[in-house]
Design a protein around this ligand. Structure first.
Ligand code: C5P
Length: 241
C-alpha cells in the first residue's frame, strides 16, 4: 500500500471512532444489530496446506467499521486477514466456510447481515490429518461444495435478518448477473463489482460498485473501500428510517 493510502485509512478509522465516541446508543443505527462477513476462507487439505483466494477483507472490514460508526452493534465474522480489528466492532475470527457459517448462526438474530466475505466455493471432502509427503505421486482430492452463507441467512425464516446484503464479483454483464444472483440467493440488495482483468478490486484499495435492489440499479463512482463502506452504511441507515 502507498503511505498516503495508509494515512487515509487510519484517518477514516479515527473519524469512525470519533463518531462512535458516544457509544452505540447514538447514531442512526442505534439499537440495531449487524453481522458482517469479511475476508477469504481457508479450506484445509492437510495441517499446513489449504485452498484460499486473494480477498484482503478490506471491503468487509470497512463496512463493519462504518456500521459501528452509524451506531449499530456490529459483529464482524472474519476469515484470515492481516487487517487490524476495526474499532467499536466485535470480531470473531474463523478459518473455514463451515466455521464462518456456524459463527453466523451463533450471531443471529440480527437486523442487518452484510456478506462481503469471499467464501471458498469448495473444500476437500476428506482433509488429511498428517502432512502429505511428496512421493512422486501427487495427491488427489475430492471436493465438496461449501455452505452458502448468504443464501442460508436470506432464507432463514423467522431468524432472517430484516435486511440482507450480498456482494457479487463478476467479469462481464456485471449488473445482469447480480440481479440474477439477488433473486437466486433471496437477499435484498447486491453490491456488484467488476473484477475483470485490469480492475484492482480483489486485494486493492478502491472499488467500483453497482447497488442492485429489486427495482433499481445505482452506479457508484470509483471510491476507496472505506468510502464504499460509509456510503453503504448510510444507505442501510436510510432504509431503517
Ligand atoms: O455465489 P457467489 O460466490 O458469487 O456469491 C457471492 C456472495 O455470496 C457474496 O455476498 C458472498 O459473501 C456470498 N457467499 C456466501 N457463502 C458462500 C459463497 C458466497 O455467503 N459459500
Amino acid at each position: 500500500s502507498e503511505p498516503a493510502d495508509i494515512v487515509a485509512a487510519v484517518l477514516d478509522q479515527l473519524r469512525s471512532a470519533c463518531r462512535n465516541g458516544n457509544g452505540p446508543s447514538r447514531g442512526r443505527l442505534a439499537g440495531k444489530k449487524a453481522i458482517v462477513t469479511s475476508g477469504p476462507t481457508h479450506e484445509a487439505l492437510d495441517p499446513v496446506r489449504y485452498i484460499a483466494n486473494r480477498s484482503s477483507g478490506r471491503q468487509g472490514h470497512a463496512i463493519a467499521a462504518a456500521l459501528a460508526a452509524e451506531g449499530a452493534e456490529t459483529v464482524l465474522i472474519s476469515g484470515p486477514t492481516v487487517l487490524a480489528d476495526p474499532l467499536g466492532v466485535t470480531v470473531n475470527k474463523v478459518g473455514s466456510a463451515v466455521d464462518m457459517m456456524a459463527a453466523c448462526r451463533d450471531a443471529i438474530p440480527a437486523d442487518i447481515a452484510v456478506c462481503a466475505a469471499a467464501v471458498a466455493d469448495w473444500r476437500a471432502a476428506d482433509p488429511v490429518s498428517e502432512k502429505i509427503k511428496k512421493n512422486g505421486k501427487p495427491p488427489h482430492f475430492d471436493l465438496v461444495e461449501n455452505p452458502d452463507i448468504l443464501a442460508s441467512l436470506s432464507q432463514a425464516g423467522d431468524s432472517r435478518p430484516a435486511l440482507v446484503v450480498g456482494f457479487a464479483a463478476e467479469t462481464g454483464a456485471v449488473v445482469e448477473k447480480a440481479q440474477a444472483k439477488r433473486a437466486r440467493k433471496g437477499c435484498d440488495w447486491i453490491i456488484a463489482n467488476d473484477v475483470s482483468p485490469g480492475t484492482d478490486t480483489f486485494g486493492g484499495i478502491t472499488n467500483t460498485v453497482h447497488m442492485v435492489d429489486g427495482k433499481t440499479v445505482e452506479n457508484w463512482p470509483t471510491m476507496t473501500k472505506e468510502q464504499v463502506g460509509t456510503q453503504l452504511a448510510g444507505r442501510i441507515a436510510d432504509h431503517f428510517e
